[in-house]
Design a protein around this ligand. Sequence first.
Ligand code: V47
Length: 383
Amino acid sequence: MTTANRLGAIREKVEAGARLSFEDGLELEASQDLFALGTMANLVRERLSGNFGFYNVNTHINPTNVCVYTCDFCAFRADLGEERAYVMDQPQIEERAKQAHERGATELHIVGGLHHKLPFQYYVDVVKWIKAVAPEIHIKAYTAVEIEWFSKISRKPIETILAELIEAGLGSLPGGGAEIFHPEVRQKICGAKASTERWLAVHRAAHRLGLRSNATMLYGHIDEPRHRIDHLVRLRELQDETGGFQTFIPLAFHPDHSEMSEIPKPSGVMDLKVMAISRLMLDNFEHIKAYWVMLGLKTAQVALSFGADDLDGTVVHEKIYHEAGAETPQEVTVTEIRRLISEAGRIPIERDTLYHRVEREAGSWSSREHLSTPTLAAAVSST
Ligand code: V47
C-alpha cells in the first residue's frame, strides 16, 4: 500500500469510530500530511466536545523546589542548601490560597520537588492549610511521582497515602511525572524516579478510590515516534481498565537551563502533530489539553483545530516551565482566553477541575452541570 492509501485506511477507521493500532500510530507519526492529521483529530474532538472550548481559572503553587532527583529535563529543581532552594511555610501557602480565592480561582494546581527532609505530614498540611482558608477551591495536587515518594518516606502503601490526602481535602491528581514511559528513554532522562509501573499503579489506585486524574507526556527531547505511541497505548490500556482519566496533556519540552539544553525546542509542526496523534490514539480520553504555558498562546489556539478542546487555566505563579525558558506570560486574562477560543471557532466555556460548567455572579462562582459527552451533545444540537 502507498502512504496515501495507508492514511486513507486510518481515516476510514477514524470515521467509523474504530480503535487505531500501535502500527496505525506509527503510520500517523510518519505522515507529513499535517492537514490530514488535523482533520482526523478535529473530527474526533468534535464528536466528543462539539463546538465547545474549555478553560479554567487556576493558580499554581510549587511548595518546594528542593528535589532528591536530578531529572535531565528539569530546570526547576534545586539542591538542599543551594541559594535558590526554598520551602514555602504555612503563612506563605495560606497567603497564596487567599489570593487565589480573591481572584476567583476554582482550582489550585500543586506540584513540587521531592524534598530530602520534609516529612509526608508537611504535604498533608499544605492541603489542610489551603482548605482552612479557601474551602471551596479544588485542590489538584501531587503527581504520581510525589505520591510514590510519600509512600517511600512514610513506609505506607500508596492507597493509605491517597486516603490521607483525600481526608485532608485533595480533589484530584495532576498528570505530571509521566514523561516517557518507554524504558529506553525513561532510564536516560529520569531513571531514578518512579518507574512507569509505579506511575500507572498510583493512578490505578487513585481511580479505585474515586479520584479523577490527568495524564501527560513530555515530548520533543530524545523520544522517537515509537516511544510516544507506546506511551499513548499504555495510557489507553489503563483508561480501558479504570475510566478515571479526564484529560491528556502533551507537554512540549523546554530545554533552557536543563541538562539537555543543547536539544532544540520542538517545532510548531511537531507540537501540532503530537496533539493530533494524541487525540486519535486516546479514543477513551474525553479531553485533550493544549497547555498554553508550554506551547505559547498562538500554537495553543491553533491546536484547538488539531484535536485539543481545552486551553487549561489563566495560571498564575507557574515556575516549572518559566525556569526552563518559557517566554509565555505568567497568566492570561479570562477575556483574552475567551477571545482566543472564540476566534478559533468554539464557544468558550469555563469549567471546574472535574468538568462542571462554572457560573459566575456578583463576584462568586458555582459549579453547575457536568460537561459530559451527552450534555454537550444536547447543548450542541440546541446551539
Ligand atoms: O512532570 C518539567 C514537565 C511536568 C520541563 O494535570 C517540563 O492538568 C517541559 O504535569 N520542559 C509537570 N516540561 C507539569 C504537569 C502539568 C502541567 C499542566 C497541567 C497538568 C494537569 C499537569 O512538567 C513534569 C514534566 O513532565 N516538565 N520540566 C521542561 N524543562
